[in-house]
Design a protein around this ligand. Structure first.
Ligand code: DOR
Ligand code: ZN
Ligand code: ZN
Length: 375
């Protein structure tokens, strides 16, 4: 077995050990990853995912920190609700969790208080799952005025809404993070804004990097999410900006049960925590991005943009020699399915160590682990 070690100082990851051994596995050590876009479904959606199952899925996927979204039932738009969710995560989480506060027209007055407890503000500008949506420029302005300037604002914006978000970043002289950018026009616009010196950042999801609308006949509603799957030209554009404009790869892990997904009112959203690393490692093996860039997109940039605390003695080991077909067997997410089932990938999360404690060994989450905290 070989052991590769990634370090911040070395531009390339290195392999160490008994190179001549029969075993094809090749372990590479990376920092604990951070996913800035996860739907934990607590409160109100515990049949889809709860803190324990969601954070187990995160660890199994190589993420030692996740940022939880506020479009729960009820949504996290008041200090009382946010603190209740944080308290529950403090008791039940297996990895570190930070919470977004949600923007709501009826609770703008809560934003200053929420600002001191949440990691960032989430503004939904376009229609998606759950009740949260900010309509109208006046409310958007009120949210931008009320939210502490030193805390990030993340926006679910699609198409022209991204231009509005860029305008707000410019007008208020503050940073704005765009969630799940999926279209060529969107990533092009964000590239232009960055070239103008605006402090905008963005994430892309593995499903928008690895699937297109051509997969929809096969996937049916299991391929439905917001933003929807796009065309090959859009996917190509995201990849062409992966070393430049894209700041983070985030999963938008949005679990719904198979029963819900096959109902007539199928909710949008797909799980992603346990498939992101194998997919991105496959891209590394295929030469579409470097291992260093993967670490920037999935660890360093998320931590910098959202001011996440360091996790000492925390690392993961991935096996880039392990080729397998994604299956729903053994998934930790409560929803128990993946839109990537059947895809052949290269690279598996082997070990996760959080603050000196091994919490994933040989791909399995150690059941007694209780090592997460709320940041
Ligand atoms: O497809 C999606 N599902 N997009 C979102 O923005 C929300 C998410 C969910 O919460 O299910
Ligand atoms: Zn969204
Ligand atoms: Zn989301």
């Amino acid at each position: 077995m070989m052991l590769g070690v990634w370090t911040a100082q070395t531009p390339q990851y290195q392999s160490q050990g008994d190179e001549g051994a029969d075993c094809v596995s090749e372990l590479t050590r990376l920092p604990g990853l951070a996913d800035v876009h996860v739907h934990l479904r607590v409160p109100g959606g515990e049949h889809k995912e709860d803190v324990r199952s969601g954070t187990a899925a995160a660890l199994a996927g190589g993420f030692t920190t996740i940022l939880a979204m506020p479009n729960t039932h009820p949504p996290l738009v008041t200090l009382a609700r946010l603190q209740a969710a944080q308290l529950q995560a403090q008791r039940e989480s297996l990895c570190d969790v930070a919470y977004y506060a949600g923007a709501s027209a009826n609770h703008v007055d809560e934003l200053p208080a929420l600002g001191s407890c949440a990691v960032a503000l989430k503004i939904y500008m376009d229609q998606t799952y759950g009740p949260l949506r900010i309509e109208g420029l006046a409310t958007l302005l009120a949210c931008f005025r009320a939210w502490p300037k030193d805390k990030p604002i993340a926006i679910h914006a699609e198409g022209p809404s991204i231009a509005v978000g860029i305008g707000l970043a410019a007008a208020f002289g503050r940073s704005v993070h765009f969630c799940h950018v999926s279209r060529r026009s969107e990533i092009t616009l964000i590239a232009h804004a960055k070239h103008q010196g605006l402090a905008v950042t963005c994430e892309v999801t593995p499903h928008h990097l690895f699937l297109t609308e051509a997969d929809l006949p096969r996937l049916g509603t299991l391929g439905d999410m917001r933003p929807t799957l796009a065309q090959q030209a859009d996917v190509d554009a995201l990849w062409s900006h992966i070393d430049t404009t894209v700041d983070c790869v985030a999963t938008d892990h949005a679990p719904h049960t198979l029963v819900e997904k096959s109902s007539t009112a199928s909710p949008p959203g797909v799980p992603g925590l346990e498939t992101a690393v194998p997919l991105m490692l496959t891209a590394v093996v295929e030469g579409r991005l470097s291992m260093d860039r993967l670490v920037e997109l999935m660890a360093a940039n998320p931590r910098r943009i959202f001011g996440l605390p360091n996790q000492p003695h925390t690392w993961i080991e991935v096996d880039v020699g392990d080729t397998f077909v994604i299956s729903q067997e053994g998934l930790h997410t409560k929803c128990g399915w993946s839109p990537f089932t059947g895809m052949r990938v290269r690279g598996r999360v082997h070990t996760v160590c959080l603050r000196g404690e091994t919490v994933v060994r040989d791909g399995a989450v150690i059941p007694t682990a209780r090592t997460g905290s709320v940041c």
